[in-house]
Design a protein around this ligand. Sequence first.
Ligand SMILES: [Zn+2]
Ligand SMILES: [Zn+2]
Ligand SMILES: [Zn+2]
Length: 87
Amino acid sequence: MKVTIKEWNAVATWHWDIPEDEVCGICRVQFDGTCPTCKFPGDDCALVQGRCNHAFHMHCLMTWIDLETSKGLCPMCRQKFEWKDKE
Ligand SMILES: [Zn+2]
Ligand SMILES: [Zn+2]
Ligand SMILES: [Zn+2]
């Protein structure tokens, strides 16, 4: 039997595939919430994970990488921040 999801309530069921108590290393807000500049969680405020396994809101990371002082390093472990390849 083929199951079709007819209705998808993105707001109520939305959840990132990471531990619930994990917070963004930059703004310290949980990933089920948004970065300080966004109102709604989801693809518009995506999550990025680096090879070092630290994760951040995309917007938080962009802001951080833009800073000259960041030198392209992960704010958590100070290794060069490289985006983790999607499997
Ligand atoms: Zn954040
Ligand atoms: Zn955002
Ligand atoms: Zn890191």
